[in-house]
Write a protein that binds this ligand. Structure first.
Ligand code: GTP
Ligand code: MG
Length: 368
């Protein structure tokens, strides 16, 4: 589609330009050979000549990367991506620590998660990727962009504290994203622990435990005493197995920016979850309006990685600017990155102008 001249129209219909001009004159339109005609006029002319007019798809959005359709035979099993969610202080990071056998909580400022971490663990020859959320902002940002980062949500509820506002928020996020929930009833070691009360409260929010005839697995755990962790991991793998998670590893990479910040020495440092394809050192990458070339990749243990396959989180260096968390990252052709990034910037400017224009229009009139 796009603008069509009288000459184009004649060519498309296999007619002489003069015939088209004549027809246009009969319609009251005085046109020259290079004059552009609008869609409605072109349609009337074409139909008068007995040419059928079919509506074509609008032009591809030059700011979008063209989606690749992965044929079923290209899909290979991939590890589940699990997001740990729950109310503040219910033990998300502690639980993740125990799973990783490390201790991040102690090193965090004030024991509060500053940003999302992403890690992959190996359990009984199976890999599981975990994402830790600081709140739900990043999760919301991803969903707003239509990206889905998570296969399974582990909802952490402290057995002594029960369902709290952010527990309900997490339930709603998971539900609207269509992500299955596994509940980890944490802090079972505490004297005030009351798992039945937690189950009761969750039932009131539409999360019914299996043992009560519902379909949600609820596992009692204690991050502090390392209790119930195997049970939790086994249940995650059970749910994942039913989901038959797959992706094509042999295509250009696509993923999601989990977190990103500026490091004085290293520049933009960005944790990426690869979702499709394989990301390699040297790949040209694009995320939102930021682009660059993958200079180095490391895993959560700081080891160098050459290739990151689906469901693998990696820290990458090479973006010229810091992309936003929740942004989709694509590996693209060398010549595409900058062009598309610039088009995206231009589009953003237009949108900003349009929204600011509405406000300033009144101001302008007030000044007259
Ligand atoms: P935010 O990231 O701030 O939302 O918190 P979080 O959900 O990550 O909680 P975190 O793991 O930081 O734990 C909060 C507090 O609860 C810490 O003091 C932990 O030591 C404590 N805690 C976590 N798990 C357990 C547990 O199983 N038993 C007991 N007794 N304390 C726990
Ligand atoms: Mg935390």
């Amino acid at each position: 589609s796009g603008p069509l001249s009288v000459k184009d129209l004649a060519e498309k219909m296999g007619r002489e330009v003069s015939e088209i001009i004549k027809k246009l004159m009969l319609l009251g339109v005085m046109a020259t050979i290079n004059q552009e005609v609008d869609v409605d006029t072109a349609t009337v002319v074409a139909e008068d000549f007995g040419v059928e007019v079919v509506e074509v798809e609008p032009d591809e959005d030059p700011t979008e990367i063209q989606e690749i359709e992965d044929a079923p035979e290209t899909l290979k099993p991939r590890p589940p991506v699990v997001t740990i969610m729950g109310h503040v202080d219910h033990g998300k990071t502690s639980l993740l620590d125990v799973i990783r056998q490390t201790n991040v909580t102690a090193s965090e400022a004030g024991g509060i998660t500053q940003h999302i971490g992403a890690y992959q663990v190996r359990y009984n020859d199976n890999k599981i990727t975990f994402l830790d959320t600081p709140g739900h902002e990043a999760f919301t940002a991803m969903r707003l962009r239509g990206a889905k980062s998570t296969d399974i949500a582990v909802l952490v509820v402290a057995a002594d504290d029960g369902v709290m506002p952010q527990t309900i928020e997490a339930i709603n996020h998971a539900k609207s994203a269509g992500v299955p929930i596994i509940v980890a009833i944490n802090k079972m070691d505490k004297p005030g622990a009351n798992p039945d009360h937690v189950k009761q409260q969750l039932s009131e929010h539409g999360i019914m435990p299996e043992e009560w005839g519902g379909d949600t697995i609820m596992v009692p755990v204690s991050a502090k005493q390392r209790m119930g962790i195997d049970d939790l991991l086994e249940n995650i793998l059970l749910v994942a197995e039913v989901m038959e998670l797959k992706a094509n590893p042999n295509r250009r990479a696509q993923g999601i920016v989990i977190e990103a910040q500026l490091d004085k020495g290293r520049g933009a440092v960005c944790t990426v979850l690869v979702q499709k394809g394989s990301l390699r050192v040297g790949d040209t990458i694009l995320a939102g309006t930021c682009y660059g070339k993958v200079r180095a990749m490391t895993n959560e243990r700081g080891e160098k990685v050459k290739v990151a396959r689906p469901s693998m989180p990696v820290e990458i260096l090479g973006f010229s600017e810091v992309p936003q968390a929740g942004e989709i990252i694509d590996s693209v052709e060398d010549n595409e990155a900058r062009t598309i990034a610039e088009k995206r910037i231009a589009k953003q400017r237009v949108q900003e102008l349009q929204s600011s224009h509405k406000i300033t229009l009144d101001d302008i009139f007030n000044q007259i």
